[in-house]
Design a protein around this ligand. Structure first.
Ligand code: NAD
Length: 360
């Protein structure tokens, strides 16, 4: 079956359970959501950035319903941090997890939910999209592995657009491109389907519009709402279909070489799209259409470059001497991909990404 063609092919689709509240000031409704789940003792998670701001406000909103706050979340969900926080969780007899933060905080909540089966209410503050997926990436001894389990899928997502106003434009941009990457890979996934594909186009279009607007005016309420909506649908795409080469490369570069997550997605995406374009022309054509461009790989590169995001692995901390090892790791146990994943071609892709070449 070819993916992304106009004719209706056979497909399978499994919808994920999700309750979503989207709006401005919705943080005030978290207590009601707790009550709807029948919960009374929330263990609240966040990161150091939000400790004295939004996370403290959430504790205020929760009052007696919030039994403890941990602001220990860090990037790439290292298992030693999870195990340390799990001890704090065990000590306070909580009956649910409430997470406020980006993908790192939500990753920590998911890792705890995997171990305890506690329900989760999450308030995303970036565009990473993790809240809408049953996927958890964890890092142990420098290896990032991914599991898929409904145990980690949050029960409730509370999108409060106001929580994203303070996300600096530079982080907004790379985070939004991270979300776009989920939708792009869903369009050429082995299990692509018409429901996910139309969501993907919608999400790419929303973020493609919103990100330049946020770069010029971070307080643009409509652009912030558009971007957060886009992040949700892109995350939902990743939640329902498989990942391919782009995510594999990012997992290797993030997990084994410590590169920052969203920046790595931003640098790699145009090159992964250029790599896959000959094998999935219809799907990549839909990416271009959503961005209002002729060619997807170049449009994605320009979206990053013209708004000031990093475009090379060199800029984000990769050392050239590690490229060989990264190429070897990327072809080891590869994810399904529309174009065969060959080491020499992947090494060339990494070289282009390292040097920040615009795909030709
Ligand atoms: P993050 O959560 O680490 O946030 C990035 C930085 O932005 C942090 O310093 C944080 O404090 C700050 N920040 C977050 N929200 C802010 C706000 N509103 N205002 C100001 N600063 C803010 O990074 P991320 O890119 O959101 O998430 C990356 C992690 O999420 C990675 O570990 C990645 O593997 C995971 N992830 C998982 C999935 C999945 O489906 N499992 C999907 C996407 C990302």
């Amino acid at each position: 079956m070819s993916v992304g063609e106009n004719r209706m092919d056979a497909f399978q689709y499994t919808g994920l359970p999700a309750r979503v509240l989207f709006g401005f000031g919705t943080i005030a409704k978290v207590g009601d959501e707790l009550a709807s789940l029948g919960c009374r003792r929330a263990f609240v998670l966040s990161d150091p950035h939000h400790a004295t701001g939004a996370a403290a406000r959430l504790m205020q909103v929760l009052g007696a319903l919030g039994v403890a706050l941990s602001t220990d979340a860090v990037m790439h969900t290292p298992t030693d941090v999870t195990e340390r926080v799990a001890e704090k969780l065990a000590a306070c007899n909580a009956d649910c997890l409430v997470a406020l933060g980006g993908g790192s905080t939500i990753g920590l909540a998911k890792a705890l939910a995997l171990r305890t089966d506690l329900p989760q209410i999450v308030l995303p503050t970036t565009y990473a999209g993790s809240e809408a997926t049953p996927v958890l990436g964890e890092t142990r001894d420098g290896q990032k592995t991914t599991i898929r389990s409904l145990k980690v899928l949050p029960e409730v997502i509370v999108y409060d657009v106001e929580l994203t106003y303070g996300l600096p434009p530079a982080i907004s941009l790379v985070s939004g491109i991270n979300a776009i990457a989920h939708a792009v890979e869903s369009l050429y996934a082995q299990d692509a389907n018409p429901v996910t594909s139309s969501l993907a186009e919608q999400g790419i279009a929303a973020l493609g519009r919103a990100l330049p607007a946020i770069t010029s005016d971070p307080a643009d309420r409509n652009a912030r709402a558009d971007a957060l909506f886009g992040a949700w649908v892109c995350g939902a795409c990743l939640g329902t279909v498989g990942m391919s080469l782009h995510h594999k490369l990012c997992h290797v570069l993030g997990g084994s070489f410590g590169l920052p997550h969203a920046e790595t997605h931003t640098v790699i995406l145009p090159h992964a799209v250029a790599y896959n374009a000959p094998a999935a022309p219809a799907a990549i054509g839909r990416v271009a259409r959503a961005l209002g461009a002729d060619r997807a790989a170049q449009a994605l590169f320009d979206l990053a470059a013209m708004n000031g995001a990093p475009t090379s692995l060199r800029e984000i901390g990769m050392s050239q001497s590690d490229l060989d090892e990264a190429a070897t790791a990327a072809v080891g146990s590869p994810y399904w991909n529309p174009r065969p994943v060959e080491r020499d071609a992947i090494r060339a892709l990494l070289d282009d990404a390292y040097n920040g070449h615009r795909p030709s």
